[in-house]
Design a protein around this ligand. Sequence first.
Ligand code: PNS
Length: 163
Amino acid sequence: MERKAIYPGSFDPITNGHVDIIQRGKKIFDKIIVGVLDNPKKNPLFSTEERVELIRKAFANDQAVEVKTFSGLLVEFARHNDVSVVIRGLRAISDFEYEFQMALMNRKLSNEIETLFMMPSLKYSFLSSNMVKEVFQLGGCIKDLVPPVVEEALRNKFMNLNK
Ligand code: PNS
């Protein structure tokens, strides 16, 4: 039987920290379903379609990674995909409280769902999508922090926004 896990998030945009967690997840699971939250209320920089496309490009030709969108409850998305494990990355103590709350809420909503926390490489433990966007916008170098397709997409996005 195929061992599957869901890795949910906003991915606005995907960073090397996310990529690192997916690669680690692949050591445990045969398939990682990356669940991109479709929630316009969060006012993302990249549309849901753009976020999905960037992840697909970052994992082009990788059969073990599937990218899907979801809206509504994560536990429903998991159930719909016949998956009982949700992977979340834990970077620092500061992530813990929110992640703990979310994991226990998801367990309350569905007792079948287990949350698996994974630590990214230390070099990505300070990294977030928001930080990447800010640094890029202010002219900082993000080369080692995101897949090349994301750097290009950020360049295009800010070029268009500044027109
Ligand atoms: O990358 P993020 O923004 O930290 O991801 C958060 C995400 C998408 C995993 C979370 O907001 C989520 O699961 N949203 C779906 C709604 C839901 O199920 N809420 C109840 C659990 S808190």
